[in-house]
Design a protein around this ligand. Structure first.
Ligand code: C6P
Length: 415
């Protein structure tokens, strides 16, 4: 067992004290939460922000001229500013709050896609996309008479650079790629792919649901046009997500949902749209959740995104080293230096659901199934996998518990 590290001078043991849920027991055992790619746990500061907002400041925003509404509005706008600084957007006007990454991608497919993708055009994706970065494009392509093409995944779980180069085609209107696969852990060269997209006259969308919570992300450096991610995977509550879009593109886009708050002026037969980003935030938004996302960002910044990234790399390296010694295990995806903090595997012929059930009795939570990436599983020649995904509050001892429990599963199933 390796000694627990520190993150930016924060000891992981003391970090864990910030997360009340990590003290709970499951089937009599201390919870070992290894399903962070599905959703992260929440620190006390985020939980209490929700409580504090409803106890002291609850009012609708952008409407009231009374003090509390102005306070709520100011805090909600500030949360947009915090997100903008966190991913280095030029302005908070490029930050639209949505429910989650899925909604962010759908917003682009409906608003930008229906105006800009026409019959005969191509949307270029990869074989490793989460359903959220696939199904919206299937819907759009069918409606507009466009087609989908896919950059292939090689046997190491990487995007094939040759395949990317061979795709040069003026009919490509959009390239939409995951920054990190939620199954393989592969971190994709999104800056390079963005350049490739722009050289072809296409726009670039990045599904950053699995990277913004775990490593530094700089939208200006990457130069992508759109980026989507979810608050709940980065310490914030459910129901708050982010769509980043370059301002000039957002200015040109039609609203996705019409109604209150997204308008400047309404007449019986026509309306004028509100300024950015409110033009894309119709109706009363998730105000407390947005403010709590700002608090989650404060927490992450305090730890430091570089520190989080390197700590998770240590954990995943240790996990892969230990897991690879289990007889009959098959691990998917690239080596630790090319991936983020998760590892998917199959163990002999035990169904992943059975593995997850055995682990659950030891208090260990992992994900099992197709992980919302059925085409990738098909590409790998499997129908399901088990996945352990880490965050900065996980420890090397928890990896040891995972490995011990997997040996137990092997014994139980006689493999
Ligand atoms: N993946 C997982 O267990 P939402 O549900 O909208 O917050 O996030 C969707 C999404 C989009 N892209 C990627 C790469 C993702 O991993 C996810 C969510 C979770 O892998 C839940 S299926």
């Amino acid at each position: 067992m390796i000694k627990i590290e520190t993150l930016n001078n924060h000891n992981v043991e003391s970090i864990r004290e910030d997360f009340p849920i990590l003290n709970r027991k499951v089937h009599g055992n201390r919870l070992v939460y290894l399903d962070n790619a599905a959703t992260s746990q929440k620190p006390a500061s985020v939980i209490s922000t929700i409580n504090e907002f409803y106890s002291t400041c609850n009012a609708n925003i952008h409407r009231g001229v009374y003090q509390m509404s102005e306070e709520a509005t100011g805090r909600y706008v500030e949360a947009h500013r915090k997100v903008a600084r966190f991913i280095n957007a030029r302005s908070y006007k490029e930050i639209v709050f949505v429910r989650n990454a899925t909604e962010a991608i759908n917003l682009i497919a409906y608003s930008w896609g229906r105006e800009n993708v026409k019959a005969g055009d191509i949307i270029l994706l990869t074989e490793m996309e989460h359903h959220s970065n696939l199904v919206p494009w299937q819907l759009l392509a069918k409606e507009q008479g466009a087609s989908l093409e896919f950059i292939s995944v090689d046997k190491n779980g990487l995007l094939d650079p040759e395949d990317i180069k061979n795709r040069i085609d003026g009919r490509i209107k959009l390239v939409a790629v995951t920054h990190m696969s939620n199954v393989l852990g592969t971190i994709n060269p999104v800056k390079l792919i963005t350049k490739f997209a722009h050289d072809n006259g296409a726009l670039m969308l990045i599904d950053a649901a699995q990277t913004v919570p775990h490593c530094p992300v700089d939208v200006q450096e990457i130069d992508c046009d759109f980026m989507a991610f979810s608050g709940h995977k980065m310490l914030a509550p459910n129901g708050i997500g982010v769509l980043y879009t370059k301002r000039e593109i957002l200015e040109d886009m039609k609203p996705f949902i019409g109604g209150g708050d997204m308008i400047l002026e309404v007449k019986l037969r026509e309306s004028k749209w509100n300024e950015l980003p409110w033009k894309f935030e119709a109706g009363t938004p998730t105000i407390a959740e947005g403010i709590a996302l700002g608090k989650a960002i404060d927490y992450l910044k305090d730890l430091g995104m570089e520190s989080i990234k390197s700590y998770e790399r240590q954990i995943v390296s240790y996990a892969m080293e230990r897991l690879s010694k289990i007889d009959g295990i098959e691990i998917y995806g690239p080596p630790p230096e090319l991936r983020g903090g998760l590892v998917s595997f199959n163990l002999a012929d035990i169904h992943p659901h059975d593995i997850a059930t055995v682990l659950d009795y030891d208090g260990i939570a992992i994900r099992a199934g197709h992980q919302c990436a059925q085409p990738l599983h098909e590409r790998l020649g499997i129908s399901a996998s088990a996945r352990a995904s880490f965050y900065f509050y996980n420890t090397m001892e928890e990896v040891d518990k995972l490995v011990n429990s997997l040996y137990k599963a092997k014994n139980l199933f006689g493999t």
